[in-house]
Every structure is written in structure tokens, then in C-alpha cells.
Design a protein around this ligand. Structure first.
Ligand code: SF4
Length: 332
């Protein structure tokens, strides 16, 4: 572990100013992932800027009828907030599917977005890893890759994003509010995380020194027909092999709107907007749901340890439709 200094920021401008004068600093709030990474020498900031006192802890209605969740709201507080439970239960359920109660009590909404992959090679500085040491190689390609990506991966990295919450935020078409050297901006959720490509060391499209200030949910919460289905090795405190965040709006038997995000399969929560568009206006039937599930994995690429995920995704998506709509989607 390298030596670092510690500083406390009083507001967003103070945090940004402190980062400008220490460009190798890291912002820390709950620290539930960052501190682990510092301990094993994967992250080596020369300064930790403590942002826990920034005024980013409120959950407020937006003029457009949505909800703005401050970046320092804890995962636990967000999951039990009455408006989120009633209007955005998909988000509440996804948060509660992640980590342990103790971690959710400390982890923040902003930090959840920025947590890094749990690929075991990434956490072992004794081994090569393109994400930790660009150009060193990716042992997961031919090694232990049961948890790894089947969609959107590259020959440089096949890691997956570990968050449950982000899968729900993706399905809800959230946006991420930030502040930084070029001022405040809002990033659509689909553009916030990156695929690995040739630069797997970069997880998000945040600029250097930019800070997450809030997550905004649009008005549509899909409270009536939704499902968060997480398939994992054991019932609690395990990352997803595959997860599905599904939001459906029905008009009688027709699907007026469908949003489906997948977790555990890619370097970011995976949406297939083309496949979703095919469902709009279509009747809800077992055949159409199965065709949609197959379309989601048409470009999937499995490896020795994770090829089972391709079939698992199709089954999980069909099951998520059944949970969300209370209809039988397996037989006609
Ligand atoms: Fe590193 Fe990514 Fe390969 Fe894992 S999958 S070893 S994080 S480059």
C-alpha cells in the first residue's frame, strides 16, 4: 500500500479545487471498494479527498415528475426511501439484491456507479491484467472466466461490471449528474459506463477530476410491471452470474414499452435498444418473449468457463417477463 495524504472537502467546489491541486487524488465516500483496492495496491492515490460532508444527501422530486437522488445517499437509505419503494420498486429491489446490509449502509449511490470489476486477476498485482496494467495481457481469456462477459467484450478485457443497482438504473433510463473542470453536466446512463475496447483501464466517461453529484430518474417508474431477477452462486452476498432488470408497460395484452437491462454479462449494464424496439406494440405472448430473449444474445460469445451464460440469459429473461407480467411465457 502506498502512502497518501488525507483531506476533507466542505462542498463540491472545494472538492474540485482540491483535486485540481492534487491530480492523482481520489475522492472517497463509503470507501467500500476503493479501500479494498488501496489495500491490495491496485489503486494508488497520493491523496484521499473525503467528500462525505458534501451536501449531496437528499432525495428530491424534479419539476419533470422524476426523482433526483444525491450521490451521497447510502444504498440502504435509497432502497428504503418511500418514494423509491412505491414509484421505483425495481430500483429498490436491485439495491437490496446487492452486497450485505453492512456494506449497503456505508456504500453510496455515487460510489456504486464507480465500483470496479471483481475479476480476480484485477485484484492480484502479481499477475498481468490490462485493466490494472495496460498492455500486460488478460489471463482471464484462457483462464478462470466463469463470471466474465459474453457481450461487448474485447480481446483486451472480458470483465463485467459488478453492480446490481446500475442494471436497474439502466432499465429506468436514469441520468448521471456530474460537476467538474468544465462545469456541471448530465450523462445519459447508457453513455456513463464504457465497453473495454482497447482501453479497458477506463471504466466510465467521467473526465479526470469530475465528480458524480446525483442520479436522476425520469417520471416513469414501471411500478406495476417490473422484475429484478438475479441468478447467483448462492442466495446472498454474491455477484450476479446473470441479472435482468425488466420494466414493462402494458396496454391490455399489448406491450406499449419494454426496457430490459442485463447484468453480469458485459463491462457495463447491457441494453439492446434495437431488440426492445421490436417489442413495442406487439402482443405479450410466449413466442414473442422467447424470440426477444434469443435476440438479446445473438452477438454473444462464450468461453470455456462462461458459455453457459448464453442459455442462462434467455431463460432468465423469459422468467423475468413472467414475474413482471404474471403471465405464463414458457408455453403457448
Ligand atoms: Fe484484467 Fe479485464 Fe482480463 Fe480481468 S478480464 S484479467 S480485469 S483485463
Amino acid at each position: 500500500m502506498n502512502r497518501f495524504s488525507y483531506a476533507r472537502a466542505s462542498d463540491v467546489s472545494d472538492a474540485l479545487a482540491q483535486h485540481r491541486s492534487a491530480p492523482h487524488a481520489a475522492f472517497v465516500a463509503g470507501g467500500t471498494n476503493l479501500v479494498d483496492l488501496i489495500r491490495v495496491n491496485v489503486e494508488r492515490p497520493d491523496c484521499l479527498i473525503d467528500i462525505t460532508r458534501l451536501p449531496l444527501k437528499s432525495i428530491d422530486a424534479t419539476p419533470e415528475g422524476g426523482l433526483r437522488i444525491g450521490a451521497l445517499v447510502t444504498n440502504s437509505a435509497a432502497a428504503r426511501e418511500r418514494t423509491i419503494v412505491e414509484r421505483y420498486p425495481l430500483l429498490s429491489k436491485a439495491i437490496l439484491a446487492g452486497a450485505s446490509a453492512q456494506i449497503r449502509n456505508a456504500a453510496t449511490i455515487g460510489g456504486n456507479l464507480l465500483q470496479r470489476t471483481r475479476c480476480a486477476y484485477f485484484y492480484d498485482p502479481g499477475l498481468p491484467c490490462n485493466k490494472r496494467e495496460p498492455g500486460s495481457g488478460c489471463p482471464a481469456l484462457e483462464g478462470v472466466n466463469r463470471m466474465h462477459a459474453i457481450l461487448g467484450a474485447s480481446e483486451h478485457c472480458i470483465a463485467v461490471h459488478p453492480s446490481d443497482m446500475c442494471v436497474a438504473l439502466s432499465a429506468l433510463d436514469a441520468s448521471v449528474h456530474t460537476d467538474g473542470p468544465n462545469g456541471p453536466r448530465a450523462i445519459p446512463f447508457a453513455d456513463f459506463h464504457r465497453l473495454p475496447g482497447e482501453r479497458p483501464e477506463i471504466d466510465t466517461n467521467l473526465a479526470p477530476g469530475e465528480i458524480v453529484t446525483a442520479v436522476e430518474l425520469p417520471a416513469a417508474g414501471f411500478a406495476t410491471h417490473h422484475a429484478y431477477l438475479k441468478i447467483r452462486e448462492r442466495a446472498s452476498y454474491a455477484f450476479a452470474l446473470v441479472s435482468v432488470a425488466l420494466a414493462v408497460e402494458l396496454d391490455g395484452d399489448a406491450m406499449r414499452d419494454v426496457r430490459c437491462a442485463l447484468g453480469g454479462v458485459a463491462h457495463k449494464p447491457w441494453r439492446d435498444f434495437e431488440a426492445e424496439a421490436m417489442l413495442r406494440g406487439m402482443p405479450l405472448s410466449a413466442a414473442i418473449v422467447r424470440r426477444f430473449a434469443g435476440a438479446l444474445v445473438r452477438a454473444a460469445h462464450g468461453r470455456r468457463g462462461n458459455a453457459f451464460k448464453i442459455e442462462l440469459v434467455t431463460r432468465a429473461v423469459v422468467r423475468a417477463f413472467e414475474i413482471a407480467t404474471q403471465r405464463d411465457c414458457r408455453s403457448e
